[in-house]
Design a protein. Sequence first.
Length: 313
Amino acid sequence: MLGFKHAGVPKLNSELVGLVAPELPAIIIILIIEHIAIAKSFGRIFNYTISPSQEILAQGAANILGPFVGGYVCTGSFGASAVLSKAGVRTPFAGLVSAMILILALYALTSVFYYIPMAALAGLIIHATSNLITPPKSLYKYWQLSPLELFIWVVGVVLALFISLEVSIYATIGLSFAVLLIRLARTKGRFLGRVHVYRVTSDDTLDKKPVDSEDTPGDAQDKPVEAHSKSDNEVEMLSRDAFLPLDRKDSSNPDIKVESPYPGVFIYRFSEGFNYVNQAQHIDHMLSNILKTTRRTKADDGMKPTVSHPIPA
C-alpha cells in the first residue's frame, strides 16, 4: 500500500537474498510455465495463438520494474484469468481496469475486504477454474498420442499433490530433458521409396453424356446416363509421385507397392535434427541398409574403362 509513496531503487537485504536464492530456479520456472500455460490454455478455448517470447518479455519487464514501486514478483493467474473470461473480457484493456480496481482496493477497501470469508474466496476460485480441469477423455487421447509424456504428466501431478510444487517441477523437467536426449540420440531415420499416386473423383473416371434437349423430362429420367472411362493419357496427367517409408511402419495402405527411386539411389529422411549427438546412429543405420541392398562393382558389370588414343601429328 505504501509502494507509490516510497518509489525508488530497491535496497537489497543480504540475509533475505540468501534465503530466497535456493528457491530462485523453481520461482523462475513457475513464473514462466504458469504464464505460458495460462495463455495457451485460453488460446485453445478462444481460437487464438500466442508468442511465448513476447509473453516472457512482458513478464520480465513487469518483474524488473515492479520492485522500484514496492511490487512483488508477478505472473499470470489461472483464477483471475478464468474470472475475467467468464465475465466476457476479450481485450487487453481489462488489465488496466483490473489494475485500477486493485489500487482502489489497496488504498480504500482493505478494511472492507477483511471481513470476506476465506470459504467464499475459495468457492469463487473453484467455480472460475472448474472448466480448466482436464477431463478423463482427454487423458485417454494423450495416452494414444504419447504414453511417455502422459506418464511424465502423472508424475508431476502426484509429486505436486503429495510432496511439493518445486519437486514436481524439477522432476518433470528432468524427465522431459531425458526423453529429449534419448530421442535425439537414439532416433533413426527412414528410407523412402517412390509410389505413383493420382486423385480419383467422379469427374475424373466418368464423363456423363448430356441428355438431348429434344427429349422430354420424363424420358430423361427413364434413360440411363451413359458414361465412359477416360483415356490413360488423361489419367496420367492427374498423377504424381509420392514418397513413403520402405519399412511401412506407418498408417499407409499396405497393399501399395513402394519401389526404390532408382537403382543405387537412396532417399533418407531424418526423424529428428541431425546433430553431433545422433550422427553416429544415423550413419550406422544408413550404412547397414545400403550395404544390405547393394554390392561392390565387379569387372564384368559392363563398365569398361575408356582407352584414350593419341592424336596423330
